[in-house]
Design a protein. Structure first.
Length: 96
């Protein structure tokens, strides 16, 4: 993933190095995790999967509780997905 606007963040988590590009407070792209797809920070939970659960009718609270992540993290996932549709014409088609 190209991410020229965000800098790589390096932290130690549980005694292990953790590197990621922040997309929001709770959503990151961590090199080598989930093939570079966005995940919830400090997890291997693919944001796409959480969004698909919402699409099947689960509530934000149910998804957050099921993954033991903050409700705000799931809300951020929805905000980022909505922002993706605000991209210039053709950008989404090029990614598909």
């Amino acid at each position: 993933m190209k991410n020229s606007s965000k800098k790589l963040v390096r932290e130690m988590v549980g005694g292990e190095p953790y590197e990621y590009y922040p997309l929001s407070q709770h959503i990151v792209v961590a090199p080598g995790v989930c093939s570079g797809r966005p995940t919830f920070k400090y997890t291997r939970i693919d944001v796409r999967h959480a969004l698909s659960l919402l699409a099947t009718g689960r509530t934000i609270e149910q998804v957050a509780r099921g993954y033991e992540i903050p409700v705000q993290a799931v809300q951020e996932a929805l905000q980022l997905a909505a922002r993706a549709f605000d991209q210039p014409r053709g950008t989404l088609a090029k990614r598909a």
